[in-house]
Design a protein around this ligand. Structure first.
Ligand SMILES: Nc1ncnc2c1ncn2[C@@H]1O[C@H](COP(=O)(O)OP(=O)(O)O)[C@@H](O)[C@H]1O
Ligand SMILES: [Mg+2]
Length: 386
């Protein structure tokens, strides 16, 4: 039998209170995570938040300051990298330039002294859709093809866990999208646990079963992409995963299944099930695409809530038009209107009303000092009509 020894640790990958300090700087801060066996897990966060350091500790390339890495019930924290059933694919493919594609993929098997590699290599090349390219050298392949070779070279070792550190970072947007779908297919086919690191929120959401949003060495929130997006737990997540309009308000407790909120002199309510705080300082959140623009309050459908303002910007971006609505208290709200042909454009400078279904709002606890938190549509608005 080839592949890993029978006593190879298997099961869920668990990080327990994992911490890494570089001098006095804490890169990874008491991280605890369970990554289900066979799942496609994405670690999402801005550059410098500790993603690569976390992967390196899982791979055994970096020693934790404290905490453990476990695979099933086995503590692998002190295992040498090559003793772990873990492989890594990096952004830089790191292929051997002087070896053929075939030999690049066969490398792990040859190193373990396995002689008849033809079948396995051919199967791997077929899995990553590079049939027939075995005799070529890396320089004769495109970036996307080279990344597939790197993937095949890692998968042929039949690791329990495959770590992918921004593997698509060097590819252009169209190819990235293609490779995202391709990677998902391959993961489903091989059933290996994938831990995919990216700073691209769309990529994380498109690919993973579970996304963990990382910020300054800690996990802010984890869950299924739709759950994170529809009901973010923190203001950071609400604005790192897409955009949110967050209005500073005061909650007055729950009654009858709703939480009453006063914000900027107006009264709103949010279902208790969508509220992570029901008393004291809160942020009332609504996603830009959940806001709808109409000309007057009389057009707001029953059961909806609204704010009034003046449209200060309209950016036509193809699939949607992104508006800014300046409210009476001076905050600019983002409103995305799908260009489905169903609604007429709203003119910049006109008064408008933005309304929403309270079931699409969410309530977060707020530091008393925090004010409204809204993100501008674009740094440099384009297509402004007047
Ligand atoms: N060997 C090191 N020595 C000192 N600081 C480091 C070292 N490796 C990483 N860091 C710091 O730790 C933080 C997290 O780095 P990294 O894990 O590479 O982040 P990410 O992959 O999310 O961009 C960064 O501020 C980085 O400068
Ligand atoms: Mg990194």
């Amino acid at each position: 039998m080839t592949g890993m020894a029978r006593d190879t640790p298997a099961g869920d990958l668990r990080l327990a209170d994992l911490t890494k300090r570089f001098g006095s700087f804490t890169a990874v801060d008491d991280l605890s995570l369970t990554i289900g066996q066979g799942s496609f897990f994405a670690l999402l966060g801005a550059s410098g938040c500790g993603k690569t350091t976390t992967l390196r500790m899982i791979a055994g390339l970096e020693e934790p300051t404290s905490g453990q890495v476990l695979l099933g019930d086995t503590d692998i924290t002190r295992l040498r990298p090559y003793r772990r059933p873990v492989n890594t694919v990096f952004q830089s493919y790191a292929l051997f330039p002087h070896l053929t594609i075939f030999e690049n993929v066969a490398f792990g098997l040859r190193r373990r002294g396995i002689r008849s590699v033809d079948d396995q290599v051919r199967r791997m090349l077929s899995l990553v859709q590079l049939d027939g390219l075995g005799p070529r050298r890396p320089a004769q392949l495109s970036g996307g093809q080279q990344q597939r070779v790197a993937l095949a070279r890692a998968l042929i070792n039949k690791p329990q866990v495959l770590l992918l550190d921004e593997p698509l970072g060097a590819l252009d947007l169209k190819l990235r999208r293609q490779m995202q779908i391709e990677l998902k297919r391959i993961q489903t086919e091989v059933g290996i646990t994938f831990v995919h690191v990216t700073h691209d929120q769309e990529e994380a959401m498109a690919m993973a079963d579970t996304v963990a949003v990382m910020n300054a060495g800690r996990i802010e929130q984890q869950g299924a992409p739709a759950d994170l997006y529809e009901f973010p737990a923190t203001a950071f997540v609400a604005n790192f995963l897409g955009q949110s309009n967050l209005l500073a308000g005061e909650a007055a407790g729950a009654s009858g299944g709703d939480v009453a909120v006063t914000a900027h002199g107006a009264r709103f309510s949010v279902p208790a099930g969508r509220s992570r705080a029901d008393r004291g300082p809160v942020h009332l959140g609504v996603r830009p695409e959940k806001l709808h623009l109409v000309g007057s309050a009389a057009q707001v459908p029953h059961g909806h809530q609204h704010v009034t303002g003046v449209v200060t910007d309209a950016s036509y971006v193809g699939v949607s038009t992104q508006y800014l609505l300046r409210t009476g208290w001076g905050t600019e709200l983002s409103v995305f209107a799908a260009n489905s042909g169903a609604s007429t454009p709203v003119q910049v400078g006109s008064e408008a009303v933005a309304y929403w279904d309270p079931r699409h709002a969410f309530l977060l606890p707020r530091d008393a000092a925090d004010t409204d938190w809204t993100a501008p549509v674009l740094d440099e608005p384009v297509g402004v009509s007047s």
